[in-house]
Design a protein around this ligand. Structure first.
Ligand SMILES: Cc1cc2nc3c(=O)[nH]c(=O)nc-3n(C[C@H](O)[C@H](O)[C@H](O)COP(=O)(O)O)c2cc1C
Length: 443
């Protein structure tokens, strides 16, 4: 079992010394990385360290952060921006909130280091306006950092300037997408843009822009302070470092757990570390990746948590949510609930996503109401292909994941509903039952 406790790098756990104040953060080694970089390392060396640490973006797609920074730093336009994506699109993820609230200076240090590396002097911290405590905590930390010359003008007595603006909005799932954030900072309606050009080439106000997840940026001070080699000593062969996860049991209203685990740990090890010790027989599935994630059977619990490995089996790192489903879950009903939620969150810009998710939801509703037809499965397959294929952003690419994994691993649930008009777990209420009840209440 990997060394989980030694691998906490970006979140602070309950019971650990509080580092919210500047004084406490400094005592814990905070801002040493910024001092080191600004005084001893030219920007291109900071980028090289991030490349050598093989840092992959924690916002979901796992793109190499150093590559993105290098592209931005090489653009001829020398007005550049940094956006820290601290939004947490998936409303059940507590990752960004936890980092903002409990470790705000590390986030600020990461943003300033990114700005230094790519030659930006203005940054935006884009978050949810609902995170009142997180926003208050980071605003307090920003004031302390301003007062002590760690952000703002002439940082640490050098000629390097970096201001950080905090932007809070609440527009649902799509608010986490990078081009939506760029549009909203400009005061435009939040809808995704066609790429290329990528934000690294033409982002905010059409200038080269780094957009990184808050978690990606919070890892940067660790890399600069301890060196890339120490950073790669934790993690898997393809992804170094750790991942912050929010883990939910299936008992309604139970407290989720926020943990930080090394990449490469298996799902089983992660659940055990978080204190979820349910027997396999109690579970139908483990959903990995949040609202756009995929459901995996317990036979896959020994899969390592890693970008590539999870995608091979239909799940994603996504928002870093892992969720248990109880053994009596009908997976057709589960896929229907998920698709219904996502069809409401679709921004509607791309027709395949806007209409496709509605059609998927409608067909699944029909199947669980025992109104399914034999060709429903073929039609669902077509939509599961068209929606990702015709969508501009990652939302549409992953929206059918619940349907796809439910069909891949629990095809029998669909077959029973369609051919036998039976719910495999007796939990779906068919239209026939509604009719039956109605008949008896009518005079
Ligand atoms: C619908 C949607 C929601 C997203 N939500 C988030 C989010 O909450 N946080 C995040 O960091 N990235 C999110 N992303 C990914 C961002 O668009 C972007 O790729 C990411 O912030 C880049 O940072 P990284 O390279 O550090 O991962 C989302 C993408 C999509 C398509």
């Amino acid at each position: 079992m990997p060394e989980f406790d030694a691998s906490y790098r970006v979140i602070r756990r309950r019971g650990e010394p509080d580092v919210r104040s500047l004084e406490a953060y400094r005592r814990a080694g905070g801002y040493a990385a910024l001092e080191k970089a600004i005084r001893q390392q030219p920007p291109r060396q900071v980028i090289q360290h991030v490349l050598d640490a093989q840092l992959r973006g924690r916002g979901g797609a796992g793109r190499p952060t150093g590559e993105k920074w290098r592209i931005v730093s090489q653009q001829p336009d020398d007005t550049r921006y940094v956006i820290c994506n601290a939004y947490d699109a998936d409303e059940r993820s507590l990752a960004a909130h936890t980092m903002l609230e409990r470790n705000p200076h590390q986030v600020i240090e990461g943003i300033v280091l990114a700005a230094y590396a790519v030659g930006a002097s203005e940054a935006y911290l884009f978050t949810s306006s609902l995170y009142l405590e997180g926003i208050a905590s980071v605003q307090r930390a920003l004031q302390e950092a301003l007062d002590t010359n760690l952000v703002g003008r002439d940082i640490l007595g050098t000629e390097f300037n970096c201001t950080i603006n905090v932007v809070g909005v609440d527009i649902g799932f799509m608010g986490g997408e990078e081009t939506v954030q760029i549009a909203m900072i400009k005061g435009r309606r939040g809808m995704p843009e066609q790429r290329p050009p990528y934000p690294a080439q033409a982002g905010l106000w059409d200038r080269p822009t780094v957009v990184n997840s808050i978690e990606t940026l919070a890892n940067v001070p660790v890399i600069v302070r301890d060196g890339p080699q120490a950073f790669t000593s934790v993690g898997s062969a393809t992804t170094s470092g750790t991942k912050v996860l929010t883990i939910y049991d299936y008992v309604p209203d139970s407290e989720p757990k926020v943990v930080e685990v090394p990449f490469g740990a298996t799902l089983r090890e992660i659940l055990r570390h978080a204190g979820f010790n349910r027997a396999e027989g109690e579970l139908r599935a483990v959903v990995v990746g949040g609202a756009e994630g995929g459901a995996l059977p317990t036979s896959l619990l020994d899969t390592p948590f890693d970008f590539d490995r999870l995608e091979e089996i239909g799940a994603i790192v996504g928002s870093g949510i892992i969720e248990l489903l109880p053994a009596n879950t009908c997976m057709v009903a589960w896929a229907m609930e998920r698709s219904r939620y996502l069809s409401k969150e679709s921004c509607g810009k791309c027709v395949p996503c806007r209409l496709g998710m509605k059609r998927i939801t409608g067909i699944l509703e029909g199947i669980i109401s025992d109104l399914g037809a034999n060709n429903d499965l073929d039609v669902l397959d077509e939509f599961a292909h068209y929606v990702p294929d015709g969508s501009l952003c990652g939302f549409g690419i992953h929206a059918p994941n619940s349907l796809k994994t439910a069909k891949l691993y629990w095809l029998e649930h669909f077959r029973m509903h369609i051919q036998e008009q039976q719910c495999p777990t007796g939990t779906c209420i068919p239209v026939r039952a509604h009719r039956f009840v109605t008949k008896h209440v009518l005079p």
